[in-house]
Design a protein around this ligand. Sequence first.
Ligand code: HEM
Length: 399
Amino acid sequence: MTEVVSNAPPLPTARTSPFDPPEPLKELRQQCPISHMTFPDGHVGRLITNHAAARAVLADSRFSSRQELLRSPISLPVPEPRVPADPGNFIRMDPPEQTRYRRLLMSQFTARRLKQLEPRIAEIVDGRLDAMAGSGTRADLLQVFALPIPSQVICELLGVPYADREQFQRDVATLLNMTSTVEAIVAAHRSADRFVEELVLDKRAQPAGDLLSSLAALPELTVQELKSMAFLLFSAGYETTANMLALGTYALLTEQDQLAALKADPALVDGAVEELLRYLTIIHIGPVRTALEDVEIDGVTIHKGESVTLSLSAANRDPAKFEEPDRFDIKRSASGHLAFGHGAHQCLGAQLARMEMRIAYTRLFQRFPNLRLAVPADEVEVAADMTIYGVHRLPVRWD
Ligand code: HEM
């Protein structure tokens, strides 16, 4: 493929099939896995579509996540609004600055705390299943099941009253929508900022047993730092898992033989969760890095200052890494997938997300063995316009 740099295309996002990455990414991976792309603000950077190079960039400290170096966000034509004196989220920092926040959080995000949460997650899931059963024989699974479960879990983990979360979640939805106007984004930022400020001040004044109270008790963290951490955790902690729950259920309901295998042997669920993460790769836009110096990868020089986007979706369908990558197979080993990223910024909530998915899929199909789509499979509206891929609605029935 001959590349025309000045006329580089934008990141392809339109889907021809609900579960497969945009078609042009496949061709790029085959013919030009480190290509040029035009970012939303018009500057030209790099797009990586194969597994080995994507993993290499994520593991390489010569590629920075720093907010100040980012020429433009991948999903917006303008820089994200920043609050003065805000240190920013550590997802947009490099080690060692980032390490300090990440360590503090990891010390709170213990295996013990997660284990304690497990029976509570089962209760939350059962509560949603009861609500579904009580409401008739049809529902939008996104609204009744997939969204409320991770939402309630993250609220309990962080100690946010469930009723208080609605406006914040509406703000996050605006921030994640690639079609939001600049005015709407600025307003959503302000409103979300007010929410986390009140939350953090409340935790400092009246600590309870939740994770945010434990963080707020650490004198080394300023209120602004606490706000940034709370914002990151609260926003990263539910949309992602919610989209995996809804899109994953859609995939299972469409691939009947895979669902039948899972129902026949529920012990397959851990493998099914990994395969769903690989196959669906809901973070379909970004992550983005900036080269701190000239770096050669696979014979291609990425120049100092260039923006680099990694297509995790394309990387997770790379035939050099996964045999028959476009086949959904819950019995395969999907290990090594990049759905949670890799390296210094690898997802901190991965174990929590896996646990939620394992419990939710298992109990959903046990309670409603007859669950099926309430519309033809090709009429389910997918959310290609969001930075986190998923569905806008998932009409299901169980009569
Ligand atoms: C299926 C669900 C999820 C997926 C697919 C996912 C995916 C990701 C990815 C790809 C990254 C790396 C971004 C980068 O390299 O720039 C990331 C980072 C992160 N995720 Fe997740 N995530 C999920 C659930 C969660 C949950 C439930 C939480 C919190 C409770 C969470 C918290 C975080 C945090 C704090 C980071 C930043 C880590 C750092 O910068 O050091 N995620 N996630």
